[in-house]
Design a protein around this ligand. Structure first.
Ligand SMILES: Cc1cc2nc3c(=O)[nH]c(=O)nc-3n(C[C@H](O)[C@H](O)[C@H](O)COP(=O)(O)OP(=O)(O)OC[C@H]3O[C@@H](n4cnc5c(N)ncnc54)[C@H](O)[C@@H]3O)c2cc1C
Length: 312
């Protein structure tokens, strides 16, 4: 294994939280590295259209917002590594990050901006038919369902927003939610109720996804009557929440029962000099604007930590 250069801040995750942390760290003239196992942009790359990010009154596509954020950090000199971090270790005041490729990075402080990924239903047929009609990203897979009948599962903002987006393609959408009302913001609920292509199926859970080489139908159960029935659909879009990919941190720093990273109000984790921000932390709401805000605070806190501990 070869040891790489030493950094003042390494930011793991290049979604909006990590990008903003990089912007602030670079403006503080810190020796900074941004790492992501995928592309710069994180989940924002999956969003068709964003209407709630300030400064864009007409809305903006996820791709364009990422391009603009990227251009801003490129102006400061972008130091980006496409790699997966698989282990964190503390060595005195230094932090060691182990990369999947076998390399080790050494840094005085770390900002974890790991985001989250879609939760799975865990029902028969889901795994077997993923990519064959079972999908977790409307922007990526929506165009495959032109003039088809599909199901969208979930009751939060993402589910309703994505159901509305999918009406561009599908001819009919069953919006299936296990409760009798939605958690989503009222404006989205109103739009969904007014859309003729969307049929609400409430108090209902999906028990099985059925199909041989492609999704053909789903078995649903009414939660109150217990009655079971089938809906013929060729696609099932699952938007039932997100889970963090923090297994590699288990035992190293404190996580909540769902695996989200526990932080204090200044985004300090249970490990000195390790900060966390964005969707991967334990909190109520997950949005681009809050991820950006937390990215800024995490970088400022990292700078403060470096000044105090390393007398930078
Ligand atoms: C379909 C959809 C629609 C949405 N619509 C909106 C909207 O309209 N408005 C809004 O405000 N929000 C919306 N959101 C939510 C928003 O995208 C997230 O809140 C935001 O992207 C969180 O930013 P983040 O930087 O915390 O994490 P992410 O964007 O998830 O980025 C995290 C990054 O960390 C990387 N990573 C994770 N683990 C590792 C590791 N071990 N090593 C290296 N890299 C790693 C990942 O590859 C990823 O690129 C939507 C989300 C989805 C999926």
């Amino acid at each position: 294994m070869k040891s790489l250069k030493e950094y003042e801040v390494v930011i793991v995750g290049a979604g909006p939280a990590g990008i903003t942390a990089y912007l602030y760290a670079k403006r503080s003239l810190l020796e900074t590295l941004l790492i992501d196992k995928g592309f710069i942009g994180g989940q924002v790359l999956l969003i068709d259209f964003i209407e709630n990010y300030p400064g864009f009154p007409e809305g903006i596509s996820g791709y364009e917002l990422v391009e603009r954020m990227k251009a801003q950090i490129e102006r400061l000199g972008l130091n980006f590594l496409q790699e997966e971090v698989v282990k964190l270790e503390i060595q005195d005041n230094y932090k060691l990050l182990y990369l999947r490729g076998g390399e080790i990075l050494k840094s005085k402080s770390i900002i974890l901006a790991l985001g989250a990924s879609p939760k799975k239903l865990g029902i028969p047929g889901e795994r077997e038919l993923t990519g064959k009609g079972v999908a977790y990203c409307a922007t990526c897979d929506g165009p495959l369902f032109r003039d088809e009948v599909i199901a969208v599962l979930g009751g939060g903002n993402t589910a309703l927003q994505e159901a509305l987006f999918l009406t561009k393609f599908a001819k009919k959408i069953y919006l299936i939610h296990r409760r009798d009302s939605f958690r989503a913001t009222p404006i989205l609920q109103k739009r969904v109720q007014e859309n003729e292509k969307i049929i609400l199926v409430l108090n209902t859970v999906v028990e099985e996804i059925i199909g041989s080489s492609q999704v053909e139908k789903i078995r649903i159960k009414h939660k109150i009557s217990g009655e079971e029935s089938f809906l013929e659909v060729s696609g099932v879009f699952v938007f039932i929440g997100y889970q963090p990919e923090t297994d590699w941190l288990r035992g190293t720093l404190e996580l909540d029962s769902q695996g989200f990273i526990l932080v204090d109000k200044n985004l300090k984790t249970s490990l000195e000099g390790v900060f966390a921000c964005g969707d991967c932390i334990s909190k109520e709401f997950r949005q681009i604007i809050s991820a950006c805000g937390e990215g800024a605070i995490a970088a400022l806190m990292a700078e403060k930590y470096l000044n105090e501990v390393f007398k930078k």
